[in-house]
Write a protein that binds this ligand. Structure first.
Ligand code: GLU
Length: 565
């Protein structure tokens, strides 16, 4: 008889314990204050350190970039360029910062042509001074800091200065990159730094960089001006000119980072924003996602095969336009509005069939015949990081020196970019029309870097993501945005899933991943397939509708995602 009340109390206690457990679990995943996801644990740590001292997402970004210059010198740094999307919480708005390299004022249209007038071999153009553009990363970060910095500028460089003085452990990836099949020891001081005694340094070795500590100290004390004018600028100019480049002191002093309007589109109940030109990344990712959404509405895209096929077809169409029409819109006319208009995209989406690949797509406007192919090489440099801070502000930044170790020219402890090889070498298309991405003085080469910030219907950041990977960046990013926002996948799962890429040619499937299993199905739909490594470096933050945040780090690289409480 007495057992009933006991059972009742038991149940009540059980119920309360359950509630407590659930509440603790939720507290463990507390929404906010912040998250940092970057390509190297020390860079992530520097970002976390800034957020923990009350810094903003921009403060964290600057500390992360300074550390990446030191510990991931093959990928990005103050000698290169970057694009940064910023989400400000109060009032809610997305801003685009452009720190892309510019071509020197003395550059000629035939810069990348041989004496016989044919385009240079790509790998001949990379090393030395000829492809070094005016670095833009620091001025861009300074511009963003003026508007959104919470900590003093000099504080942001302390983690990197400390590490450069005390040394950092060389990671397997950096050691492997020094062993890739490229002549990386052709120039001093890079050769002496990375190849002491003639051999590439090994993983696990502690490396100091006193020159970089000195450079960063000057920048910390005097601002970006210390880089663009005075001794550092003079060394950069002398090194570039001494190795066949055209960079001048005036080019350095005159560099301007720009704030631009981001490109945004409403897709899958989100406002998805990306970089405008001179990055093709924003426009092409938005085109692909819009085409995918429109094409999916026409079919029951329930199987993974169909979903991937539609994504790949959308990508063909996006790349056809990208390769034909896009360039630095400050120099050439680009029909941006038309290419992102509903009518145009609906017309293009109608070309997608769920049962048959359209093969090579033609660009959608006039002059359809001169599709420029996207380079075949696999890119191993460039870095992406994502930050969400305690105030709800966010940064999505992709940063690059182009090829691994850029131009191979090292000045003041950092590598100089070879970003000018992102221009089209041949200034004219097959029919004699000047190509929008031809070399011009002061112009910014077309990029594929695709930092993205997607906002939910409350204008809160839902997904902050980007990747390295050359022109494949666009596909890496579009796939993850689609998987998270359209298919409801969890960010880390989406990042780890095998990549599928189409740049308006063959369909590439990532080797040794479940993506390979799509081969037969895609072939039956008419895709020509290549299977190989697809080394993305996706780093992102997602904020679920209930405010819980997750970070995502790409296991293909060495990065981490760390929550800040
Ligand atoms: N330079 C390339 C771009 O701006 C990025 C290179 C890479 O991802 O490796 O599009």
């Amino acid at each position: 008889m007495t057992s009933k009340p006991i059972a009742f109390w038991h149940l009540l206690v059980l119920f309360w314990s359950l509630l407590l457990v659930l509440a603790t679990a939720r507290a463990d995943e507390t929404p906010q204050p912040g998250m940092v996801a970057a390509a190297h644990p020390l860079a992530t740590e520097a970002g976390v350190e800034m957020l923990e001292s009350g810094g903003s997402a921009i403060d964290a970004a600057i500390a992360i970039q300074a550390v990446l210059t030191l510990v991931e010198p093959q990928s990005s740094g103050i000698g290169g360029g970057a694009f940064l999307l910023h989400y400000a919480n109060q009032p809610a708005r997305v801003q685009a910062y452009d720190g892309r390299e510019t071509a020197p004022s003395a550059i000629k249209p035939d810069h990348f042509l041989t004496e016989s007038g044919t385009p240079m071999d790509f790998l001949d153009a990379v090393p030395g001074g000829q492809a070094v553009g005016v670095p833009g990363t620091l001025r861009m970060l300074e511009l963003a800091h003026e508007e959104h910095g919470a900590l003093p500028w000099e504080a942001l460089f302390q983690p990197a200065i400390r590490l450069a003085e005390q040394g950092f452990e060389v990671t397997p990836r950096l050691a492997d990159m020094l062993r890739i099949d490229l002549p990386l020891d052709a120039f001093e001081p890079m050769a002496g730094y990375f190849f002491p005694a003639g051999e590439p340094i090994s993983a696990g070795v502690t490396l100091t960089n006193p020159d970089l500590a000195d450079t960063l100290t000057r920048i910390a004390n005097r601002g970006a001006e210390a880089f663009y004018e005075g001794p550092i600028a003079e060394s950069i100019v002398a090194t570039v000119q001494g190795n066949g480049g055209k960079l001048t002191r005036e080019d350095m002093a005159g560099y301007q980072a720009l704030e631009r309007e981001p490109v945004c589109r409403s897709i899958a109940d989100h406002s998805i924003c990306g970089m405008p030109l001179p990055s093709s990344g924003g426009m092409t990712v938005l085109q692909i996602l819009s085409l995918l959404e429109m094409a999916s509405a026409e079919v029951e895209a329930t199987t993974r095969l169909t979903r991937r096929h539609l994504l790949l077809e959308a990508s063909r169409l996006g790349f056809a336009d990208r390769n034909e029409y896009l360039g630095d819109a400050d120099f050439v006319d680009v029909p941006v509005e038309t290419l992102l208009s509903n009518d145009y995209l609906a017309e293009r989406a109608a070309l997608i069939s769920p049962t048959q690949s359209l093969g090579t797509a033609s660009p959608g406007l006039a002059n359809p015949e001169s599709a420029m192919s996207s380079a075949k090489r696999i890119n191993h440099s460039t870095s992406h990081f994502s930050v969400l801070d305690a105030r709800g502000n966010a940064v999505s930044m992709t940063s690059s020196i182009e090829m691994p170790f850029g131009s191979r020219l090292m000045v003041g402890g950092f590598m100089l970019n070879n970003q000018l090889t992102d221009f089209r070498f041949d200034p004219e298309a097959a029919d004699g029309r000047p190509h929008p991405n031809r070399v011009q003085p002061g112009k910014r080469p077309l990029s594929s870097m695709s930092p993205v910030i997607a906002l939910d219907t409350d204008d809160q950041p839902r997904l902050i993501i980007g990747s390295p990977g050359g022109t494949r960046i666009i596909g890496y990013v579009a796939q993850r945005v689609a998987d998270v926002l359209m298919a409801g996948e969890e960010l880390q799962t989406a990042i780890e899933a095998g990549s599928v890429i189409n740049r308006n040619g063959v369909t590439e499937l990532e080797a040794e991943t479940p993506a390979e299993a799509l081969r037969a199905g895609l072939e039956a739909l008419g895709h020509e397939i290549e299977v190989g490594p697809l080394t993305s470096g996706l780093h992102g933050v997602e904020r679920l509708p209930d405010g819980v945040i997750h970070g995502g780090a790409d296991p293909r690289r060495e990065g981490t995602a760390v929550k800040v409480r």
